[in-house]
Design a protein around this ligand. Structure first.
Ligand SMILES: Nc1ncnc2c1ncn2[C@@H]1O[C@H](COP(=O)(O)OP(=O)(O)OP(=O)(O)O)[C@@H](O)[C@H]1O
Ligand SMILES: [Mg+2]
Length: 173
């Protein structure tokens, strides 16, 4: 990916790893549009219903993927924040955020989550499930794992910007 007018970044990670805060900051620093997938789902009604037991919307994955595909084709400078594994999208970089378990536990405990939900999220982080699910479809050379513990937000963003910069140099040689 050597065209500097194209930069579509997908920021993902287990809940609480900092997707939203990092994606917003990165969008500001790189002059990209920011897109929060959860907001898009609600605003455009891309759900089938509500799962009371899991306290979550039942997303229409197919409709969401179609909608996003069109958005990414039309808008080539965009930074997306989502914990969902969506396949087949024209994305240039997938950034998987990680947070140490003790810190992540504290972040999740400050939310109105059940113990069960906290433990299942921590387990997903320990097992690095998102990495394996994304790597089933996307090439690993566009996937980067970044540690986002309690640190300056700018430091995490600069690490991402530096990786993207190096990658640009590598592919445009
Ligand atoms: N580098 C950091 N240093 C300190 N606190 C951070 C850092 N990154 C994120 N946080 C804090 O962690 C919490 C979770 O961040 P955020 O809401 O961005 O996560 P998320 O991955 O988008 O979560 P969700 O999946 O629920 O949307 C927030 O309170 C945020 O301020
Ligand atoms: Mg978020």
């Amino acid at each position: 990916m050597s065209d500097s007018s194209v930069l579509r970044i997908y920021i993902t990670g287990t809940p609480g790893t900092g997707k939203t805060i990092i994606a917003k900051n990165l969008s500001y620093n790189l002059d990209l549009d920011f897109l929060e997938i959860n907001d898009l789902i609600i605003e455009e009604g891309l759900y089938l219903g509500y799962d009371i037991d899991r306290d979550t919307l039942i997303v229409d994955d197919e409709l969401l993927t179609q909608n996003l595909f069109k958005k990414l084709k039309a808008n080539k400078k965009i930074c997306i924040s989502s914990g969902m594994v969506l396949l087949g999208l024209p994305i240039d970089y997938i950034i998987i955020l990680h947070t140490s378990i003790s810190i992540l536990r504290k972040r999740l405990e400050s939310r109105d989550y059940s113990n069960e939900k906290i433990e299942s999220n921590l387990e997903a982080e320990i097992m690095n499930i998102l990495f394996y699910e994304f790597s089933e479809f996307y090439p690993q050379d566009i996937m980067f794992e970044i540690q986002n513990d309690d640190r300056n937000i700018e430091d995490t963003c600069n690490e991402i910007i530096s990786i993207i910069g190096k990658h640009h140099l590598r592919v445009s040689k």
